[in-house]
Design a protein around this ligand. Sequence first.
Ligand SMILES: [Zn+2]
Length: 474
Amino acid sequence: MIRVYNTMNKKIEELVPLKPNEISMYVCGPTVYNYIHIGNARPAIFFDTVRRYFEYRGYKVTYVQNFTDVDDKMIARANQEGVSLKEIAHKYINAYFEDTKKVNLKEEGMIRPRATEHIGDMIRIIQSLIDGGYAYEVNGDVYFEVEKDKDDYGCLSGQNIENLKAGARIEVNDIKRSPVDFALWKKAKEGEPSWDSPWGKGRPGWHIECSAMSSKYLGDTFDIHGGGQDLIFPHHENEIAQSRCSSHGEYARYWMHNGYINVNGEKMSKSLGNFFLLREVLEHYEGRVIRFFVLSAHYRKPIDFSDAELTQSKAGLERIDNAVLRIKEKLSEKSSEDGDDLKGLASYLEETKEKFIAAMDEDFNTAQGIGAIFELVKEVNKYADTEKVSEEGMKNLAAAETYIRYIMEEVLGVLLKNDENIGNLTSELVEFILELRREARAEKNWALSDKIRDRLGEMGIKIKDGKDKTTWSL
Ligand SMILES: [Zn+2]
């Protein structure tokens, strides 16, 4: 039985999916006006792990994460770079995939809709809200009238309409009926990208896009809605209001929110200027170390981002790498008839399997799950020293290796060092040596260029100089 902390009810409860053995989940994705920062990477990594874990437990998962490719920041960035909105989106969506590939997000089977491809779906929901008396149009803008949803508004965030009204800034020339009403559709300003609608040219508000894209791919009611804690209010609260008033049914059934990332004890934020781009961090740490770092803490707790923490994650991950390599070494030895069966390891492995599932079933406690793997690694190191190991013992060692690798790579998505990684390193080194040879040739240093070719040849690496490229083979 999997249990999750549901932000809606503020408690951990049993997760009962709409359809047995199937999970539908929607997670708010990034606004693609810049490279993603480590704060965007946390939900991407965590919810990818949630998906993987459900699959490990036998569920079929439909996972949707959107790209917000139209909003004020996008338009400002397009103007600043002197290109179209489309070009900005294209550039930063590509960059997103480039960066997140390195933290091993599972793209296979994922649905990644873009807001601008669903404007028609948004217009339909907005129209149904106007028809139902929940929204109104003023001069080409359309607003959701929060007062019309007063029985339910605030259910997720605990906000109260009267307090919100008291705290709201009233803008001069405000055309809204109440300061707490929010935009569903914004009339186009001069020079802005816009779409035709029953209320004239304009573009959608931010909240409506997630309501439209989640219902399009998952239906009006679905299992899990996720995102960072900073999205609880107003974004998710407004999504709920729009969706429920439009469909007259339940929206997401479980709301999961990940905690903040702190830098030196302060919340990481753009306004404080203390944020790090994922690609900057990737220059110093491998993607797998960053992913392991994110999963080493409970997802609802804040995590401290620092070199010390990342270095610690790196060391921890290497302990797991080394244990797996030690098993491999041992497995290459011959078993002996009077050797040890390593029964202790076999029973510890069974215990670990149960501990890992217990930790993850209880609100995706990756920290505790990883703790169970570390305990197993300790045992492995103990048994890997056994001098004589029987055939049975070898099987038990192999089972431990297979399990550790499977949990780390497939379930947690954290790749371990293995022979293929070393293979990658070799090819990178050869490429690097060829680059140096190209430089030597450019400087007409033929002696050095030939020396490199000959030495590589002695190592069994054949190189072939083509018209504009040198290729190599083993
Ligand atoms: Zn959203």
